[in-house]
Design a protein around this ligand. Structure first.
Ligand SMILES: [Mg+2]
Length: 240
């Protein structure tokens, strides 16, 4: 089934959270290439590995950041002032083009701090286009939004897996902390949307096409200009 609604994650999908937070706590984190994939989705481990480069760091033999200490160091203003991600414009525009503006929703999980949720709301007010500004949900159980026609675009393996298990569709945005870390983010996302638009066009042309495996739409090995329909990969141009 083609998606008819899209849920866009905020942190590290629409906004640059991880590297901004690492810089905030004193780490030399210039770009995504500075994040070591071996730490996976563990920003605190990455912070502890990076902080040793800080000129004022004193090695006590203990990790500087506990989980609690790290998250307590993130103020509301940081959530509110995150820079937009490189993919911000592309994802919003293409999502709206695919499913219609009224079916795009920002879906973001706050940490256990009301200031975080407030900061996120400030960020959305400041950054999102007017039509999207009030289309958001704040909460951790993202899988509760899953349905066969719902597509989640997120950078967390855990969120993506839970959404798929709950019967939804999902795209894992390549980041150094997830299992798509070896893929080129820009190329990968362009290909995902190209596949989805191609499938949408194909459906408009023929009602007989059945979609057996939406999973394959999200397979980056399907080459540009091709799409998987009815279990087969073929060029759309070949169809009448
Ligand atoms: Mg995220």
């Amino acid at each position: 089934m083609l998606p008819t609604k899209i849920f866009l994650d905020l942190d590290d999908v629409l906004a640059e959270f991880t590297m901004t937070a690492l810089r905030h706590v004193g780490c030399r984190a210039c770009g995504l290439e500075d994040f070591n994939p071996k730490h996976g989705f563990d920003i605190v481990a990455q912070a502890n590995a990076m902080i040793v480069d800080h000129p004022l760091f004193i090695d006590t033999g203990e990790p500087l950041f506990t989980v609690k200490k790290f998250w307590e160091a993130i103020p509301r203003s940081l959530w509110a002032e995150l820079p937009r991600s490189k993919e911000f414009g592309f994802l919003i525009v293409e999502s709206a083009r695919l499913v219609g503006r009224e079916n795009v929703c920002v879906l973001t999980a706050p940490i256990d701090d009301p200031e975080c949720a407030a900061g996120k709301m400030e960020w959305m007010k400041e950054n999102l286009p007017v039509w999207l500004r009030n289309q958001f949900l704040i909460g951790s159980p993202k899988h509760l939004c899953a349905s066969p026609d719902a597509l989640l675009i997120d950078d967390s393996d855990k969120n993506v897996d839970a959404f798929l298990r709950a019967g939804g569709q999902a795209i894992l945005v390549p980041r150094p902390w997830n299992s798509n870390y070896q893929l080129c983010t820009k190329y990968f996302l362009e290909m995902m949307f190209q596949n989805l638009f191609a499938a949408q066009k194909a459906r408009e042309r023929s009602d007989r096409i059945t979609y057996r495996s939406m999973k394959a739409f999200y397979d980056p090995v399907i080459p540009h200009g091709h799409v998987l329909l009815g279990g087969q990969v073929f060029r759309l141009e070949d169809k009448k």
